[in-house]
Design a protein around this ligand. Structure first.
Ligand SMILES: Cc1cc2nc3c(=O)[nH]c(=O)nc-3n(C[C@H](O)[C@H](O)[C@H](O)COP(=O)(O)OP(=O)(O)OC[C@H]3O[C@@H](n4cnc5c(N)ncnc54)[C@H](O)[C@@H]3O)c2cc1C
Length: 458
């Protein structure tokens, strides 16, 4: 008789934790299958440090095979769920299709970049939701500064040295805070090398949000700290402002100002992964509806949690839990306990969690944090934040800590490898975790899944 099979779709905060908890509970009594496009768990909160060259990309990519014992990893992206037949279909990284049957299904597919219908944005902006986008941004920033330093046209150099971040939530705020330090360091290195930027000016960073304050969704005290640190560092914070149009030459703001730039970084938020819609199950604003046990009503064998699920927030009746890693990871544990309970191992329990506070990484020795509601700023907040991340990372802790140490004593590396090109990280992607095929491709791919030819434009 075949073992019962539990399939988890998505190895992010919720899926990784669910797989780990289930493997410990079952110890081989059920088959646990984890399907994910990549072979790593991406620790998203540290991604801004990757785009700013503080951390090497593999530091925040924790090996699934290396850390999840008793879990079968299938590399693939699920593209359909047949609820009646209890099976799902997927495409593997080399384009082949496959099918998997399940007895229990846990959907933890997370979210993708949110789009707004603004002319030119889909073509000219890049999001910040996956590793390819972070690597693209790191190289793009490095290249812009190098080209500005070596260029002869002052207006073009100014445009290359201007970076516009839209969305001052925690992602946009952290990207701008780290980005400014990164570009300042690169500019100083070019200056020492003798190819200074015009008038020895430092690169310009703008952080826009339609909301009246940065970090609009967080405690106001965190907003004040972030605003103070950013403005002191030279980031232009424009609240109550948005983008009206994006073009090849720059960005038109809704107050009429035109900002010449080649860098529009889109951090306006996220929307649930489109796979939710594919299932045809009831959803609310794209999030799959579940009950407080993280079960899909009418389908007791299907569970969902994390960003992709509309989980009732029992601490704020009538609301759903926010899309944060803090909730996703705890929901991953609860969903595993409830799946185990459905086989008679323990009791099922409703999901309930009181927020423990938030940390916002402001680069250098700066951070804003409110652990257990206590507001902290400066190096103390930074120490709390780093300790929290090291504790929360399921692997690579020593590597992350050594990168932090090296960054404290060495200059950032002014090197761009240019392996992730602009066309491979389209903003409207439904899978920001993978770099994409160029739309122009006539030759397709080599056997390794890499593009056989590449365009000259980056
Ligand atoms: C830059 C950044 C910084 C952040 N900082 C913080 C922070 O400091 N604190 C905090 O609490 N939250 C933070 N968040 C939010 C947090 O990362 C998310 O809320 C959390 O990742 C959600 O967890 P999840 O498991 O639902 O989804 P994810 O962690 O996104 O995981 C989803 C997984 O599903 C996979 N997947 C998607 N579609 C498919 C498919 N069709 N088939 C198979 N697999 C699929 C993806 O590849 C991914 O591995 C941050 C987010 C970002 C982008």
């Amino acid at each position: 008789m075949s073992r019962s099979r539990i399939v988890i779709v998505g190895a992010g905060f919720a899926g990784y934790r669910a797989a780990r908890t289930l493997s410990r509970r079952f110890r081989g009594a059920a088959e646990i299958v984890l399907i994910n496009p990549n072979d790593y768990f991406l620790y998203l909160p540290l991604l801004p440090e990757v785009s700013a060259g503080v951390l090497e990309p593999r530091r925040v990519s924790v090996s699934l095979a290396g850390t999840l014992r008793g879990v079968r990893l299938v590399l693939g992206e699920v593209d359909g769920v047949d609820l009646a037949a209890r099976k799902l279909s997927y495409v593997d990284p080399e384009g082949a299709s496959g099918e998997l049957r399940y007895d229990r299904l846990v959907l933890t597919v997370g979210s993708v970049n949110k789009l707004l219908p603004i002319p030119g944005v889909a073509e000219h902006a890049h999001g910040f939701r996956g590793m390819p986008e972070a690597l693209y941004l790191r190289d793009h920033i490095t290249r812009q500064i190098a080209m500005a330093a070596g260029g002869e046209d002052p207006a073009e150099s100014d445009a290359r040295c201007t970076f516009v971040v839209v969305g001052a939530g925690y992602t946009g705020t952290e990207v701008a805070a780290h980005g400014k330090l990164f570009t300042d360091s690169l500019a100083r290195q070019h200056r020492r090398a003798g190819s200074g930027l015009r008038g020895d000016r430092l690169p310009r960073w703008m952080l826009l949000d339609i909301a009246p304050r940065v970090l609009p969704e967080l405690d106001e005290r965190l907003s004040r700290t972030a605003h103070r640190v950013l403005t002191k560092r030279g980031v232009e914070v424009r609240t109550g402002t948005s983008v009206k149009e994006a073009t090849n030459e720059g960005v038109l703001l809704d107050d009429g100002e035109f900002v010449p730039t080649h860098s529009l970084i889109w951090c306006v938020g996220v929307r649930p992964d489109p796979l939710v819609e594919e299932t045809g199950l009831p959803s609310d604003k794209g999030r799959l509806c579940v009950d407080e046990y993280l079960q899909v009503p009418g389908h007791p064998e299907v569970y969902a949690c994390g960003d992709a699920a509309a989980v009732p927030d029992l601490t704020h009746p009538g609301k759903y839990t926010p899309m944060t890693g803090q909730h996703a990871v705890r929901q991953g544990k609860t969903v595993a306990q409830n799946v185990a309970a459905s086989y008679g191992y323990g009791e099922r329990r409703p999901y309930k969690h009181n927020d423990l506070g938030f940390t916002v990484d402001l680069g250098g020795l700066q951070a804003a944090a409110n652990p257990f509601g206590v507001p902290l700023s400066g190096p103390l907040a930074n120490a709390v934040m780093r300790a929290y991340h090291l504790a929360a990372l399921p692997g690579n802790r020593v590597r992350v800590a050594s990168d932090w140490l090296l960054d404290a004593v060495l200059p950032r590396q002014a090197v761009q490898l240019g392996l992730v090109r602009a066309w491979s990280v389209p903003l409207e992607s439904s899978s920001p975790e993978t770099a994409h095929a160029p739309a122009w491709s006539g030759h397709g791919y080599g056997p390794d899944g890499n593009a056989a030819e590449k365009p000259s434009q980056g």
